[in-house]
Design a protein around this ligand. Sequence first.
Ligand SMILES: [Zn+2]
Length: 467
Amino acid sequence: MISGGRIVTAGGQKDADVLLEHRTISLIGDLAGIPADETVDASGCYVIPGAVDVHTHLDMDVGVTVSADDFTTGTRAAACGGTTTVVDFATAYRGESIAEGLANWHAKADGKALIDYAFHMSVTELTRPTDDIVAEMGESGITSFKLYMTYPDRLMVSDDVIRQMMIAAEKQNALICLHCEDDTSVTRLRNEALASGHREPRWHAWSRPPDAEASAVERAVRMVEDTGAAVYIVHLSSAPALEHVRLARERGLPVFAETCPQYLYLSADRYEAAPEVAARYVCAPPLRDVQHHEELWAGLEGGYLQVVSTDHCPFEQASKNAGLAGGGWNDFTQIPGGLPGVEARLALVYQRVVDGEMTLERWVDLCCTTPARIFGLYPAKGCLEEGADADLVIFDPNEERPLVPERLHSNLDYSVYEHIVVRGWPRLVYSRGEVVAKDGAPVGDPGRGNFVERGPSGRPTGTGDTT
Ligand SMILES: [Zn+2]
């Protein structure tokens, strides 16, 4: 039993006790007098649903190197920060069948995760009819697909493929996630930079401007209009791209979008550091100028953006230095792209509550509930109601934590947020009734986490928490 805390859900807040039994939440209310094996005092704390991060890249190969966190270290870090479910991007690379791609990801995760996990499937070419791909994955509990509008050498698909996949997904209650950057402009700018001898990380950002993202989002919106299918835009990073999402949603189009902490807290001036340090911040889309931050926060608070995920894909300094082909990078195109975030996300978004700019309910909604709803995990996950999985966080609003590498649990020798001391951190984190993190340190055996088969994705489901 968790007693004396303030329960916060996407729909409201109240003071109540929570009884956990048989891996689920069995009772919520004034439970004084109800027998419990153990009672945890949560006074002064918020009790919230375990957070759901729907965008991670654990144990992901890029050329000769692999992202720093595997399913053990990545899910440990997640748990320490209050995340109890991750949805990772399984990928079927070209020349590989979808089933092979999925099997590879199960092999990476099986027996290694501390918390529950699910998969999206990234599709890089059509090896079978789209209806068959969506049906086959649906049977495996995978109801969302990622398609790339950039990275022509490895991942990009044509708009025709995107359209076909959108139509197939819509028919079968699945959802297409899109990486939106217009590759024609990115390739042109990148070639221009290289031809002029510009090789430092700052040219990575220069070659992937907000306009390239905005025009790709605009194209995606047009495909939604044409097909009637929904789309979910991953890691939206800039104000002009957000503007297209806002306009589409105001017209009632099923366009969903997430942003990530790096686009809310870090800006393009990081690329002015010494090249080795600047390389840590290479990711796509790149960090933007600081004026985009407030626009993105306003998008989150105004409901135009529905989710904060992380795109957690860190690389150790040595991997960043080595470059995609090993032996050191010669120019910005050879730097492995990606940043950490899975542990800090919940607290970083909470800082907006500390600042008085966001409600507690919206914080929970963005980090826990709507991601679960959009991706078919609700109401087992992202939900603090009787009958839901006992995934929850006792969040201490007074705990202060510097986001320095020694206090974080990624397999990483630096932190991109070390300049930040957050206020508020999870005191206890439960996954299906078991403590998986205490005072920001992992508890329990990696391997206890289960693969979760998801229900329909695409439109937020469930009637909402009613507390
Ligand atoms: Zn990603």
